[in-house]
Design a protein around this ligand. Structure first.
Ligand SMILES: Cc1cc2nc3c(=O)[nH]c(=O)nc-3n(C[C@H](O)[C@H](O)[C@H](O)COP(=O)(O)OP(=O)(O)OC[C@H]3O[C@@H](n4cnc5c(N)ncnc54)[C@H](O)[C@@H]3O)c2cc1C
Length: 396
């Protein structure tokens, strides 16, 4: 007979571990939790950055905090103080270790290193559980399955109806022979580089005066070969840190989906999709870590209040429209992207931008922000988004 759990995390990456951690922190120690992942998750396979204006559950493993950011447009550079916000960074390996240590110490949590091949829904009314099938042929039963098994290659894109871009990047952590970086300020956008038909920028996280992650980032449809990203980083260093000698101490790369195509939360009556698979990646920025933490809190609250995980509030619909408009602009007229980001950062106080991106701001504040960006491309994008919506409604 297969073993039965209350909650099965299918995928023990950011979403699976976060939700399990939030559950245990909230005192759900009477529930049996199983976390299944292909990998043991001990590598530093990614780093997560996010802006925040308050103490946070994972503050003990924050690796770096920046009180300022740099924004470089083609003509002007700005060094902004973030106060009351900070830009914080957590290393993947620290997050995996910290959550695992806390979770294994809780007698109700089990880790399983295995591949999930299928998740079969249960029936709530009939009281039958969901079944999680493993590559060994074994199954486990679950009252609720939280499915974060997202593989970009399996994601079916409906290109006729939605925009689909990718945030793709390669970064080098470099150590320089002499002091080269401003350690108090992360560079969110360096848009001084030529755009050449694809929205691109350099993103820099300085760890000291002599060490920083320098990441060449694109929001576009097509991926590039590794050498193109690396040549871009090399040329950037030669141009903006002339004469500096450096060694590469680590590298990182990634692809994050950016689309207005919906990611349905329900995978079935007993299956809730979380993380990237559950649409937690903000379509216009690729940020997901803090959104995943908020989502975990809301899922825990829903379980406590309603006995099921699905009562999580959705943000106002207009945020989906803003995201879709920006994707439309970056897809159809990528060279307009730079001007939009320059206006956004030069004409708005930072907290207004953060609240907008966090989907926390009211309508009036949203309108103030939208009034600061060039209208032409947004009007064209609004028509494009409407047209695609109408086509979807007509079933075309
Ligand atoms: C390199 C990189 C950097 C990022 N940086 C940021 C950032 O700075 N800030 C931010 O907010 N967001 C960032 N993101 C976006 C987002 O926060 C991360 O992608 C986040 O890890 C998504 O969480 P997840 O749980 O959905 O996916 P993952 O963390 O990828 O977890 C999915 C898990 O499922 C497992 N899995 C897959 N298939 C199976 C299977 N068949 N059986 C069992 N297990 C399986 C995988 O091994 C993996 O552990 C970044 C993403 C990447 C790729």
């Amino acid at each position: 007979m297969s073993q039965r759990y209350d909650y099965v995390m299918a995928g023990g990456g950011a979403a699976g571990l976060s939700l399990a951690y939030h559950l245990v922190q909230a005192g759900h120690t009477d529930k049996q939790i199983l976390i299944i992942d292909l990998e043991e998750k001990r590598n530093n396979d990614r780093t997560w950055c996010f802006w925040i204006d308050r103490p946070f559950l994972f503050d003990p493993i924050v690796h770096r905090r920046w009180s300022h950011i740099w924004f470089h447009g083609p003509h002007r550079s700005h060094r902004f103080a973030l106060n009351p916000y900070e830009y914080r960074m957590i290393r993947g390996e620290d997050f995996y270790r910290y959550t695992r240590e806390a979770l294994v110490a809780s007698a109700n949590v089990t880790f399983l290193n295995a591949a999930v091949t299928e998740i079969v829904d249960g029936d709530v009314a009939a009281g039958t559980p969901a079944q999680v099938v493993l590559s060994s042929g074994e199954t486990v039963e679950a009252e609720w399955v939280f499915d974060s098994l997202f593989l970009p290659r399996d994601f079916v894109v409906d290109e006729a109806r939605y925009r689909f871009l990718k945030q793709h990047f390669v970064g080098w952590t470099i150590r320089t022979a002499e002091a080269s970086f401003d350690p108090a300020a992360a560079t969110m956008f360096d848009l001084r580089i030529e755009q050449n038909g694809a929205f691109r920028f350099m993103y820099i996280l300085p760890f000291s005066e002599r060490e920083a992650l320098v990441e060449y980032t694109f929001f576009s449809t097509d991926l590039l070969d590794r050498e193109t990203y690396e040549a871009g980083i090399r040329s950037y260093i030669e141009t903006y840190l002339p004469g500096v000698s450096y060694e590469i101490v680590e590298d990182e790369s990634g692809i994050i989906p950016m689309t207005d195509q919906p990611f349905p939360r329900h995978g079935g009556q007993r299956i809730m999709r979380t993380g990237t698979k559950g649409g937690r990646v903000k379509a216009s920025t690729g940020f997901a870590f803090l959104r995943t933490q908020r989502d975990s809190e809301r899922i825990v609250r829903s379980l406590e209040k309603h006995g099921h995980p699905f009562a999580v509030p959705a943000p106002p619909r207009r945020y989906g429209t803003f995201d879709a408009m920006l994707l439309s602009i970056l897809d159809r007229t990528p060279d307009r992207g730079r001007d939009i980001f320059v206006k956004l950062f030069e004409k708005n106080p930072l907290p207004r931008i953060w609240r907008f991106l966090d989907e926390d701001a009211g309508l009036v504040e949203n309108l103030k922000l939208m009034a600061s960006v060039p209208w032409g491309p947004f009007i064209a994008a609004w028509f494009d988004v409407r047209l695609r919506r109408m086509r979807r409604q007509k079933g075309e």
